[in-house]
Design a protein around this ligand. Structure first.
Ligand code: F6R
Length: 591
């Protein structure tokens, strides 16, 4: 995880980096730091804490100079301390490095460097990089040459940036298995893990391929391959929604992103009908179809599986991407893998897709980042088009993923336009669901905020929504929650129901209604407090969250919205920051 950013140009670098690091904070927020080159000095400030806290302590924003690198950290090797915060330096404090990834062979490299007389100041894997670069620079190398020599010694994942007093005027970066993109803007150039960090300044970007090197100076950006040959690369222009990365008046990104959902559906359905029809045919033709994803994306995939079966009559399996490699033996050229990932950088999904591709499988990915690692390695890419999702908890991306699965399933029966129109009509109902429930769920959250356990139950196509509701609650409000098929409750979990235990029952008036309600009655008779998400009233509900009546297969889309809002209000009423839940980061680029 971690986010890195570099800037070289005519402006003061530190304020630009400070803003950029705040945009990258979703990638990790346990420590932060910056290094600038100014007046023949290398100035480094860093500490444990969120960027605002580190800034308050060390005045990061006020560092002088027109060239700088910065970092926001999600600790992997070594705790969140000042010493472990990036940038890291060489023995003589002449060069600085920021890094995202894990250097798997760092212990061997570190022992060798110590034997050769290097001193280490941190417990991180990263620190081997500046020391290795130091040795090359001492041989009189240019910084890019040092990077080209050192990078092949590092296993297995890195995106790093370096600047040096011995070769000033440039920032050099490279990557392997972690993203790095350059933002091009004439006299002001940027390089970062994510375009979001610089999209306010420029939307022209160039993605680095594996092991490629970027040399950034104020007036040009050059690219080299791993042998040091110059590369000519084309810039792409990002959609303007990527320039909007503020909260737009909302108190949190999460609430902003939930409120964007109606509009997001409209954007997501703007897809190429012919492409979808062809992809749907590929799905139907494949001997086996496996959907691989993690977390919320996996729950969207579970809804997708029902849709494929119900509409397209195509059975497929959904595998947790972190478990995917254990099924790799049965993947071959007759397999179609649909990899679903908002970020397109989730290490487990990327690894799974790579393994499957190596076994001859066709890879179709559903991503929100068209320039991501997953998109790069896929044969076919579907873009969610929901704009940047900054809050760690996925909300609008989930709605977009559902919309894509509807479009794909209907395309299997040649009805793309029918689905697109039906989804378009949904926008007003989604808006209504949001507006009717927001205030009521705020009140409900105050009533329930001290409960320690929640259970979410549903059946059929709505089961994944129960799991997603539970995931949202636990990740941002730190309350234990479990989502399960309603029929499973009596096979064990019912033993945990006590007087007042909240049980959230997703029971729209569809083919699952009667049986789900029976399970709710079983829970209620053991004391459960029944919170029903439904368009049909029942006297057994203790609390009724109303959703609009929609076509049977569309219920997941409206049922999830109040659950996102409930989790949000629970987090706020418990004093938790829903945008930055503890221990988590948005882009999980480690396995
Ligand atoms: C939960 C959440 C995570 C992600 C998961 C996969 O709110 O956001 O569970 O869904 O880490 O991330 P992507 O979709 O980027 O692969």
């Amino acid at each position: 995880m971690c986010g890195i950013i570099g800037y070289c140009g005519k402006k003061l670098a530190a304020p630009i980096l400070f803003e950029a690091l705040k945009c990258l904070e979703y990638r990790g927020y346990d420590s932060a730091g910056m290094a600038t080159l100014y007046d023949g000095q290398l100035l480094v400030e860093k500490d444990a804490g969120k960027i605002d806290e580190v800034n308050q302590k060390h005045n990061l924003e006020a560092l002088p100079g027109n060239m700088a690198i910065g970092h926001t950290r999600w600790a992997t090797h070594g705790g969140a301390t000042q010493a472990n915060a990036h940038p890291h330096m060489d023995c003589h404090s002449r060069l600085a490095v920021v890094h995202n990834g894990i250097i798997e062979n760092y212990q061997t490299l570190r022992h060798e460097l110590i034997k050769r007389g290097h001193h280490f100041n941190s417990e991180t894997d990263t620190e081997v990089i500046p020391h290795l670069l130091e040795e090359e620079m001492q041989n009189g190398c240019a910084l890019e040459q040092a990077v080209l020599t050192v990078a092949p010694k590092l296993k297995e994942s890195y995106a790093f940036l370096a600047l040096s007093l011995d070769d000033p005027g440039k920032i050099v970066g490279t990557r392997k298995n972690n993203p790095l993109l350059a933002g091009i803007d004439g006299d002001n150039n940027y390089v970062s893990s994510d375009a979001l960090a610089f999209s306010k300044h420029t939307r022209r970007l160039i993605t680095l391929g594996h092991t490629e090197v970027v040399v950034l100076s104020s007036d040009r950006v050059e690219f080299l391959d791993a042998e040091g040959n110059k590369l000519v690369k084309q810039a792409i222009e990002l959609d303007e929604s990527w320039a909007d990365n503020g909260k737009n008046g909302y108190p949190t990104f999460m609430l902003k992103e939930i409120m964007e959902e109606p509009e997001v559906i409209n954007k997501t359905v703007q897809q190429d009908e012919r492409k979808f029809t062809e992809m749907a045919l590929d799905i139907l033709r494949a001997r086996q179809v496996i959907i691989a994803a993690c977390g919320t994306s996996r729950y969207a995939a579970l809804v997708g599986r029902y849709l494929f079966s119900k509409i397209g009559r195509k059975f497929c399996d959904v595998v947790m991407a972190s478990e995917f490699s254990y099924f790799a033996d049965s993947v071959d050229k007759n397999t179609l893998v649909i990899a679903v990932s908002q970020s397109g950088e989730t290490a487990d999904v990327v690894e799974g897709a790579k393994t499957a591709k190596a076994a001859g499988a066709e890879i179709m990915s559903i991503v929100n980042r068209p320039n991501s690692t997953l998109a790069d390695l896929s044969h076919q890419v579907i873009c969610l088009k929901c704009g940047p999702e900054v809050s760690v908890a996925a909300t609008k991306a989930f709605i977009s993923q559902l919309a894509i699965f509807y479009l794909l399933s209907f395309s299997m029966v040649n009805s793309f336009s029918k689905a697109a129109n039906q989804l378009g009509d949904m926008c007003s109902r989604v808006s209504k669901t949001l507006n009717c429930n927001n205030g009521r769920l705020y009140e409900l959250s105050h009533q329930l905020k001290d409960r320690s356990d929640f259970y979410y139950i549903a059946r059929g196509i709505n089961f994944a929504i129960a799991s997603e509701g539970a995931l949202k609650l636990k990740e941002i409000s730190y309350i234990h929650a479990e989502g399960m098929p309603a029929g499973e409750l009596k096979h064990g979990t019912l033993a945990l129901i006590e007087q007042g235990t909240p049980v959230v029952v997703i029971c729209p008036a569809d083919y699952t209604y009667d049986e789900t309600l029976n399970n709710a009655i079983e829970a209620k008779s053991r004391g459960a407090y029944i919170i029903a998400v439904s368009d049909r009233e029942s006297e057994i509900y203790d609390y009724w969250i109303k959703i609009p009546r929609v076509d049977e297969i569309i219920y997941p889309m409206v049922a999830v919205i109040p659950l996102q809002l409930l989790a949000y209000h629970m987090a706020i009423s418990r004093g938790c920051d829903p945008d930055k839940p503890r221990n988590l980061a948005k882009s999980v680029t480690v396995k």
